[in-house]
Write a new protein. Structure first.
Length: 161
């Protein structure tokens, strides 16, 4: 199950030298998924485990898609706890989520969390901050109100409101 370590080596050389991403650490994560997380998920839903030790073919993907379509994703009876949390949300919860997803300030707040100075591994280096400013803050979506961004194709001439 240490396949993750090999993919890390191929992606980012900084992560290869990381003390955190050791074989032991990755094995602990894999064990936690196998021993705790997946059994808990099996109680409330369906869990599909796919062995990706070898690269899948197009035919493999078709078989997986067919298998996923065959699952009955509803409880057997009223006492069955599988999928019960899917229907627990009431209209107020859905309204809150719709309102949150439309709230531009709430989305900005997700990116403006205070920097965890006591944990230097997770805060921005100067190069990260420059990239963040260039990519996120300077993006036209974050510079103009919705519907007022000419570079994204919005028509702003003679627009009122």
């Amino acid at each position: 199950m240490l396949l993750g370590r090999e993919s890390i080596k191929k992606k980012d050389p900084r992560e290869v030298e990381s003390k955190v991403l050791s074989d032991k650490y990755l094995q602990v994560i894999a064990d936690m998924y196998r021993d705790r997380f997946l059994p808990m998920m099996r109680k409330s839903g369906e869990v599909v485990e796919i062995d990706w030790a070898e690269k899948g073919t197009e035919m493999d993907m078709d078989v997986i898609a067919e298998e996923l379509q065959s699952y009955k994703l509803e409880p057997e009876d009223n006492e069955d706890i599988k999928f019960a949390d899917w229907s627990r949300m009431v209209e107020d919860d859905w309204t809150y989520l719709r309102t949150f997803m439309e709230d531009r300030q709430a989305h900005k707040a997700l990116f403006l969390k205070p920097v965890p100075w006591d944990c230097p591994e997770v805060y921005f280096a100067q190069s990260d901050a420059e990239a963040y400013n260039r990519i996120v803050l300077k993006h036209p979506v974050n510079q103009f109100e919705p519907g007022w961004t000419p570079s994204l194709g919005d028509k702003t001439l003679f627009k009122f409101g």
